[in-house]
Every structure is written in structure tokens, then in C-alpha cells.
Design a protein. Structure first.
Length: 573
């Protein structure tokens, strides 16, 4: 079987082995499942996928590829009240973008509704399921607690014929929502609450995005999931730890029906600092307008991080590094950012961009003259070659690259000081033009040394301690740049009892800069194009870009030594 990865190069070599892989190796050794490995990724289409799902996607598709097996994409679409076609389409798009291919194995639990109904009838006929008239509140009251056993429903001993009649009438639509349920007859005294006669079917007069109004009863997830695995011939049903307590019920249904029985295996879910990965909370952020949508670059959704500029390979490498275990924990967001930064460092072209421009006039540079300076596209990739960047008498530099009264350890431009312009010349600041009313620095007047073309040291051997980037004013492309920070101010949003997670939202999670100046070639940057803005970070062209007016999102920052020094100075004051 060919690798499922897209041609943006494979992910890094496999991480050290883990218990799921070891279980599969043991099953292959004993010829369990006839030596087959068949996994599946089974999202519910009730929201957009997020970075936590990426770990499951990589694990399921990755193991199948490693062992020459198959992996299905299946939608567990059993709740029409919360599911939408929009979510289905987004999930398909996201899994493909991550680099995986399910070939012709795209399935839906709704494909199996007829078979699931027949199996429910089979359990009724075997005396293992019954129609219950208790309301949802009454079911909860009868269920018991972790320390007290539950009580049997007064309808538990209905005759098989009556149960079959009532279940058929439920299917025919004779009863209103919530009037009756079909429950499995397991064990109301079980210490595992999931085995206390769980609901198998509920009445929902709701339109389904695939089956329309054909059904007014819908199977519960626990009933549909294992049987869907069985129908598809899944060998290893890999899911997150919250389903560990559901595994006895998964096994009970399959054993009671006597059908193909996959092995359910649970692993730790991915949690990140400064991030929420609950679909309910993410939906709240979207519906209340805290973010602009599911693909807001501050969101941990795959569509959001794609728009921000994260790479599929970077995400796959991250998922490989965090590993697989049986203990839930929280991963530092910085580890994800490191994986993305590491990948972009190898692949993103370098360009020069000035986000907070300060005008510089080079007084001894000939008026009207334009030179083209050769710039390296990516020092990590010699094959990337070079480009030509226009240089003229008036340029822009970053406002932070000038200090009128520089503190210690600041080596950038200051009155009387000389710096190197990247790929261009040495320049020296000779005067400062200010706003008379506010004292704001409006413009710098500088001179250049013609002997330093290309940024080379002058014949006299003098040195400078700083190199800064620039953009020619006459040629610059105007752009909007969006700087993103964490969406939350706390590592564990809403963790305190009684505290709403939205109270930890970061009011400074987005800063929009207008009038940024970029190399002219970036004026027509295609949406999704990724670059390293030299000395500033990695950026991605946003879909909001229009011809001649690009919009860029900061994907991830570079490590900035001076920023750390400046922060230290502020904290010491």
C-alpha cells in the first residue's frame, strides 16, 4: 500500500513505539483478524475538526499505512439535531489537507440504519432489549449513582411481542419525541453506569442531512458505533480514553449479536495549553461572535490553523512527537509552534516586510536611481535560489529598529550609529525629523557607504553590530497584517470551579496593522502562500487578500533575543 501522505514530503520518522502499536504487532503475531489491520476515523459531523482530532487521524491512518492495512473515513451521523452537511464537507476537506486518503472507503453510520434496526429487533426477540416509557428524567432517577445500584424500569419485563409491536410503532412515527425509548437489558446493578440498561434508540422527528424524513427513531452512538465497526470489518477500533468505560458495552452489543468483533483500544486525547478543544465551547465562541467563524486563525480547528498558515507536515510531526499513552495530560502550545516553525524554516521563502514603517531618506544616494539587490530565498534550501529586490533613495525600516536614546545592549539604528541594511549597504543616521507638536519621530536622514554594496564590510574593515531589513518606498506593496496571540490568557481556560471559560479570553488576541510595506513581489501573493518575513516571523496570505492589497496572517513568531531583553528590562523597573 502506498503512503497516504501528500507530496509536501513525508512526516518525520516514526516516534518510539507505543502500546497501541504493540497490541497490533501482537495481533499480527497470533494471526488475530487473519493478519489484517483495518482502522477507521469516525467523526460525528456536529462541528469542525480541531487539532485534537489530528492526533487521532494521524494515529489511525498512520498505523494502517505502516502495516499495509486500510483506514476508513466514517461519519457517525446518528443525531440529526446537531449535524449539518457543512460539517461533513469541512471534515472531508480537513482530513485530505492533512495528507490522508481513504480511497473508496467513505462511509456513514446512516448507511447502516436498516441493518441497525434489524439488529435491534434481534435483541428484542432474544429478550435482551425492551421498550421503556420512562421519561429522560425518570431514567436518570432510576439509574442510581456510583455508590448505589440502579432500579429496574417498571417496563423491563414487557413481553417480547409487546416490545416488538411498540418498537415497530415507534419506527412508524406514532409517538411524540421522548415518549418512549428502546433500552438494552444488561445489568442495573453493574458498577459501570454505562451497562445499566442503556438507551439504544430514541424518538426524534427530525430531518436527517442524508436520509431526510425516512426515520423518526435514531440509534444512540454507543449502539451504532460498534456495529458500524463490525459491518466495515474494522479490526482495531482506536478511540480516546473517555470511551474506556464504554468498552464493556461495546463488547456486550457485539457478543449479544454474535457478529464480527473488533478490538476497542483507548489512548490519551490531546490537550493544549491556552486552548479549548471542547466542541461545545468552540461552538459557543463561533455563535457568540468571540471569533469570526470556525476558520478564524485563532481557533484550534484544522480549518483555522490552515488559514493561519500551519503546515500539514508540521502537524503530523507534532502528533508523532507527543506520542500515545494511557494517561491524559496537557501539551505545551510551544511544542506545536516549534513543530510548525521547524517545518516552515525548511520550506518558506524569505522576504522582507516592514510592519510598522519608519521613513528613511538616504541623502547621498542619487535621486531617481534604482538598484536591484540579490537576496537569498531560503538559506536552508540552496535549490531555492535568489531573487532581486529593488533599492532606492527612500526606504522604510521597522520603527523598532531605531531608538533616539538607545539603552544598553541595543545595537540597531540610533543617531550617529551605523547599521547594515540586509543585502544592501551600510547606512548611518545623521539626523531625525520629528513632529513639532508631539515629538514623534517622522523620518530619519541617513547616509550610505557605496563601498558596502550587498551588505559587505567596507575596505577599512569597520564592523557593525546589527543588520536590519528594509523595503524600497517607491516599490513597496501596501498590506494589512494580522498579528495573532493566544485566544486565552490562562493555560487552562475556565478551569476554576464556577468560572466561565469565556472570562479567560484574551482581549489582545488579534492586532490588525494597516499600511504595512512589503517587497513588491508579494502584492499578488496567492491565498495560502507561506513566507518568512525576515526577523519578524512566518506569515501566510489570507483568503481576504484582493489584487494589489494582500492580507497576511502571522503564523508563528521567530525567537526574538531583543524582545526577551526588553521584557527583562521592563520587569526590573
Amino acid at each position: 500500500m502506498s503512503s497516504p501522505l501528500l507530496p509536501d514530503a513525508p512526516a518525520e520518522k516514526s516516534a518510539p513505539t507505543h502500546f497501541v502499536r504493540e497490541m497490533i504487532l501482537e495481533d499480527l503475531k497470533t494471526n488475530r483478524f487473519g493478519g489484517r489491520v483495518h482502522t477507521r476515523f469516525p467523526p460525528e459531523p456536529n462541528g469542525y475538526l480541531h487539532i485534537g482530532h489530528a492526533k487521532s487521524i494521524c494515529l489511525n491512518f498512520g498505523l494502517a499505512a505502516e502495516f499495509g492495512g486500510k483506514c476508513n473515513l466514517r461519519f457517525d451521523d446518528t443525531n440529526p439535531c446537531k449535524e449539518e452537511l457543512e460539517y461533513v464537507e469541512s471534515i472531508i476537506r480537513d482530513v485530505r489537507w492533512l495528507g490522508f486518503d481513504w480511497e473508496d472507503r467513505l462511509f456513514y453510520a446512516s448507511d447502516y440504519f436498516d441493518q441497525l434496526y434489524e439488529w435491534a429487533v434481534q435483541l428484542i426477540q432474544a429478550g435482551k432489549a425492551f421498550v421503556c416509557d420512562l421519561s429522560a428524567e425518570e431514567v436518570r432517577a432510576y439509574r442510581g449513582t456510583l455508590t448505589e445500584p440502579g432500579r429496574n424500569s417498571p417496563y423491563r419485563d414487557r413481553a417480547i411481542e409487546e416490545n416488538l409491536d411498540l418498537f415497530g410503532r415507534m419506527k412508524a412515527g406514532e409517538f411524540p419525541d421522548g415518549a418512549r425509548t428502546l433500552r438494552a437489558k444488561v445489568d442495573m446493578a453493574s458498577p459501570n453506569l454505562n451497562l445499566r440498561d442503556p438507551v439504544m434508540y430514541r424518538i426524534l422527528h427530525a430531518e436527517h442531512h442524508r436520509t431526510g424524513d425516512k426515520w423518526c427513531i435514531y440509534p444512540m452512538y454507543d449502539f451504532a458505533h460498534g456495529q458500524s465497526d463490525s459491518i466495515e470489518g474494522i479490526t482495531h477500533s482506536i478511540c480516546t480514553l473517555e470511551f474506556e468505560d464504554h468498552r464493556p458495552l461495546y463488547d456486550w452489543y457485539l457478543n449479544a449479536l454474535g457478529v464480527h468483533h473488533p478490538q476497542q483500544i483507548e489512548f490519551d486525547r490531546l490537550n493544549l495549553t491556552y486552548t479549548v478543544l471542547s466542541k461545545r465551547r468552540l461552538l459557543t465562541l463561533v455563535q457568540t461572535g468571540y471569533v469570526s467563524g470556525w476558520d478564524d486563525p485563532r481557533m484550534p480547528t484544522i480549518s483555522g490553523i490552515r488559514r493561519r498558515g500551519y503546515t500539514p507536515r508540521g502537524i503530523r510531526n507534532f502528533c508523532a512527537r507527543v506520542g500515545v499513552s494511557k494517561t491524559n495530560g496537557t501539551i505545551e502550545l510551544s511544542l506545536l509552534e516549534h513543530a510548525i516553525r521547524e517545518d516552515l524554516n525548511r520550506t518558506a521563502p524569505r522576504v522582507m516586510a516592514v510592519l510598522r514603517p519608519l521613513r528613511v531618506v538616504i541623502e547621498n544616494y542619487p535621486e531617481g536611481q534604482v538598484e536591484e539587490m540579490e537576496a537569498v530565498n531560503n538559506p536552508e534550501d540552496p535549490a531555492a535560489g535568489t531573487r532581486l529586490v529593488p533599492f532606492s533613495r527612500v526606504i522604510y525600516i521597522e520603527r523598532d529598529d531605531f531608538r533616539e536614546d538607545p539603552p544598553k545592549q541595543y545595537y540597531r539604528l540610533a543617531p550617529g550609529r551605523e547599521v547594515r541594511l540586509r543585502y544592501a549597504y551600510f547606512i548611518r543616521c545623521v539626523s531625525v525629523v520629528k513632529d513639532e507638536a508631539t515629538g514623534e519621530v517622522l523620518e530619519l536622514r541617513c547616509t550610505y557607504d557605496p563601498a558596502t554594496r550587498g551588505g559587505n564590510s567596507p575596505p577599512d574593515g569597520r564592523k557593525v553590530k546589527s543588520t536590519i531589513h528594509w523595503v524600497s518606498a517607491a516599490h513597496a506593496a501596501d498590506a494589512e497584517v494580522r498579528l495573532y496571540d493566544t485566544l486565552f490568557t490562562r493555560e487552562d481556560p475556565g478551569a476554576e470551579e464556577g468560572r466561565e471559560f469565556t472570562s479567560d479570553l484574551n482581549p489582545n488576541s488579534l492586532e490588525v496593522l494597516q499600511g504595512c510595506k512589503l517587497e513588491p513581489a508579494l502584492a499578488g501573493a496567492a491565498a495560502g502562500s507561506r513566507y518568512q518575513f525576515e526577523r519578524l516571523g512566518y506569515f501566510c496570505a489570507d483568503p481576504d487578500s484582493t489584487p494589489g492589497k494582500p492580507v497576511f496572517n502571522r503564523t508563528v513568531a521567530l525567537r526574538d533575543t531583543w524582545a526577551k531583553i526588553e521584557k527583562s528590562l521592563k520587569e526590573s523597573r
